[in-house]
Design a protein around this ligand. Sequence first.
Ligand code: XMP
Length: 319
Amino acid sequence: DWTMAAFKDEAIAKIREQVGEGRVICGLSGGVDSSVAAVLLHEAIGDRLTCVFVDTGLMRLNEAEEVVTLFRDHYNIPLVHADEGERFLSALDGIDDPEAKRKTIGKLFIDVFEARAKEAGGADFLAQGTLYPDVIESVSFDGGPSVTIKSHHNVGGLPARMKMKLVEPLRELFKDEVRALGRELGLPESFVGRHPFPGPGLAIRIPGAVSKERADILRKADAIYIEEIRKAGLYDTIWQAFAVLLPVRTVGVMGDERTYDHVLALRAVTSVDGMTADYFPFDHDFLGRVATRIINEVRGVNRVVYDVTSKPPGTIEWE
Ligand code: XMP
């Protein structure tokens, strides 16, 4: 795509002009936006870029390893892997309110990020994968009181606190353009085409109290669901699909044993920008196949349900 090739060259020139001989710190989440920003910055300024990957222990199955392997081993980008799963889980201990979870994770994330960035020698600039829709959404058009549906987890406030200037190379782009730029930069399709994943991670897909045990159950079930979606050739048609582990246990029967285990909800939506969404109309054979696999393969789940709520009135995530 020659347009993206031209955009890429222009973006690299702009980064070099802004940063000069300075150093840049970039938060890497493994999501499309921060991944594309990191690779673009690395092309522009090489090893004056350091990436910090805060591993909250609330990522999807194998996700942390994939991020570290790709950026450190494949791209040779200096990468700090802040493996802080236990700290996040203990901070979340006993918290079941969705907003309290989001705020706890957001605050700890900033603390960890700041400490690790300092350890890595600090920087003059903080890079963020802010997109055009993020820029728009933070503006209030009518000046009236705005309602916070969910506190979004991002690193807002960090640049001022760390006395750094912001670099936002994706500020003019929409999601599909970021994906095109990622392909132009040679990022693997498994990263470029990946469904969005929220900053607070699996914590907001476990209504009620979060624990390592629950996160492990959810990770396994989610991986099976996504694998079946890929096998059915539906991954790219769906905007986002994931499993939610409910804090409800129900009675079941396995062999001739009574079971009393968790309910798992499956969610899949189509959307253009995440602002509105329709639930995805899977055929029943597909849903039955996924349910059977999950119940047979994941200990702790004995019932699977499908969420048929669109947005509005439902949000995409459950919390
Ligand atoms: P909702 O659940 O509000 O989500 O319909 C819309 C889109 O935003 C994602 N999402 C987040 N992304 N930090 C993020 O980076 C967050 O705190 C967050 N909360 C929700 C959600 O996955 C969906 O794609």
